[in-house]
Design a protein around this ligand. Structure first.
Ligand code: ZN
Ligand code: ZN
Length: 367
């Protein structure tokens, strides 16, 4: 048995039990992939396991494909063999424990599953919303999670440095994305943490321009936004390169975006609000005259999912607390010209502000 996993999943489940207690529940039914993984350690396909947690018991429902795996990965949980989507499995556990008040993930569950859950409760009894109580726990990362994210960031940085020689005139954006994803896997990632963005030339004006068949040309900027998945945890970073000498205005906006990003990183203080950090970068870009070209938020939380936890946007009241992990990614996007984004993943932990993707240089680079 892996004692560290046992201890971590016990600690996380106990923290969730305080929610169960506050909401006066007899039990909670948890079926969304990231929440199941966070609480139990189950790393199988999302949806193939579900949890039934009471104040003193913790069950994982999964089928024969995962019996051995769940035994290894979820030592704190008692295995109940069956189909995770079969509501009769939950009914059996309800009856066994005499539970009547059951919490459910109203933000994640399908309507069909919700109605099936209702059907096994007494007519005068409806399931109780858990809202984002598990997501709130996930927002503050523990040591194991931080180590997984650190590793995912290291892998991504190394893969990018190995991919740089392939970012040349004549290469398609998809060639670059393919090389990068291959290198991430070679360095230990289980895959990319989201679909790789490679946006060159005028496509750089698309903040989420997925890699396409477009050929990279001399004089263009290439924005690459990507991440590695390691032990279920995501990294997220963006670098923008010049392939040959670019247009003067593109060089100018590169330096503005870099200045905004460095100023925001410098301005971070523990427990500041997301919107306060966003404001630092937004003011910098506005003062340089490009305010209307920075349309998205400065960043977002990252963890088991690529977007989770804290928000770092213009209206975000999230607290950027110790052990949250979030991105800092200002950008400028100008239609028919191109765009620049620079993104790092950061955390404040044990009194240290860490830029987790600092292995990749950010100074303007002409390839
Ligand atoms: Zn990104
Ligand atoms: Zn991001």
């Amino acid at each position: 048995m892996d004692n560290a996993i046992y201890a971590a999943t016990e600690r996380r489940t106990q923290a969730f039990r305080r929610v169960i207690e506050e909401k006066k529940l007899d039990a909670a039914f948890v079926c969304s992939g990231p929440n199941v993984r966070y609480l139990s350690g189950f790393a199988g396909t999302p949806g193939d396991a579900a949890l039934f947690i009471t104040p003193d018991k913790a069950f994982i429902i999964t089928d024969s494909r995962y019996t051995i795996q769940a035994g290894e990965q979820c030592p704190y949980y008692t295995l109940v063999s069956g189909n995770a989507t079969d509501i009769n499995m939950v009914k059996g556990l309800l009856t066994r424990g005499g539970a009547t008040v059951v919490g459910f993930e109203n933000l994640n569950i399908s309507y069909d599953r919700y109605t099936r859950l209702c059907s096994i409760l007494d007519a005068d009894n409806t399931p109780v919303r858990l809202d984002n109580s598990i997501e709130n726990l996930r927002n503050i990362k523990d040591r194991i999670e931080l180590d997984n994210i650190r590793r995912a960031c290291k892998i991504a940085c190394k893969a990018l440095s190995e991919t740089v020689p392939y970012i040349v005139p004549g290469a398609a954006e998809l060639d670059v994305a393919t090389e990068l994803e291959y290198r991430m896997k070679k360095n230990g990632a289980s895959g990319p943490s989201f679909d790789t963005i490679v946006a060159s030339g005028v496509r750089g004006a698309l903040p989420h321009g997925l890699a396409s068949e477009k050929i990279i040309k001399n004089g263009e900027l290439v924005t690459i936004d990507f991440g590695a998945l390691y032990n279920g945890y995501c990294s997220d970073m963006t670098r923008t390169f010049a392939v040959g000498e670019p247009d003067k205005e593109l060089l100018k906006i590169y330096n503005i975006v870099l200045g905004a990003q460095l100023t925001a990183l410098d301005a971070y203080k523990p427990d500041m609000l997301g919107r306060a950090l966003d404001q630092v970068a937004r003011d910098y870009i506005a003062e340089a005259g490009y305010g209307k070209y920075f349309g998205h938020g400065l960043g977002h939380g990252v963890g088991l999912e690529i977007h989770e936890g804290v928000g770092v946007g213009a209206h975000s009241v999230s607290v950027l607390a110790e052990n949250t992990v979030f991105s800092v990614e200002p950008g400028i996007y100008i239609e028919n010209l191109g765009g620049v984004r620079i993104e790092d993943l950061v955390t404040y932990s044990d009194g240290v502000f860490e830029i987790l993707t600092s292995d990749s240089p950010k100074a303007f680079a002409v390839l």
